[in-house]
Design a protein. Sequence first.
Length: 202
Amino acid sequence: MSGISWALTINTERLILRPQQPSDHETWYAGFSGRLPKQHQYDDGLVSLDHCDRQWFADLCQRHQQQALTDRVFVFGIFSRQTDQHLGNIDLSTIRRQEHQWAILGYEIHNQHWRQGFGREAVRATLIAGFETLGYHRIEAAINLDNQASIALAQSVGMQKECIRRGFLYENEQWVDHFIYVALPSDLGLVEKPPTISPSGI
């Protein structure tokens, strides 16, 4: 990629969270192709990779760069520090800046890497970076009412259940209610700060 690039790296004990680069295609592909069959209704399981060649992946990385540079979405690949395996993805999408500094969190861990605490480790680190580096004040996650695994993860990192948002997402040909779990800096023991302009100056 040429021109201005966005590159925020988050390091934890076992993980490296960073923007994906075209050179990550092989490990990214291995992560998705190594998935187990669908484990429950909220797991995508095996996905088709027929169109995901190197050029497609390079274009994907470029789109992620543009989204970050315009302060819309910050997408991180989740990589193992020990093996450099691609374990999944995590992202923060800006809802509103200015006096709100508000974002929504999304993440996925490839199901062959479940039950090792990678999701919790990645989510907590991303929340901290979202507050301290990206300048958000409120980060929320929308969770299906019966998705006990995601509810437990949100609670384990200090997110608080705020409400049920009715008809929040269109899933499986219907509008579905979701729990909204929210984290503020104080929930993670961080200092509350007044709003600033966004990282991109918007």
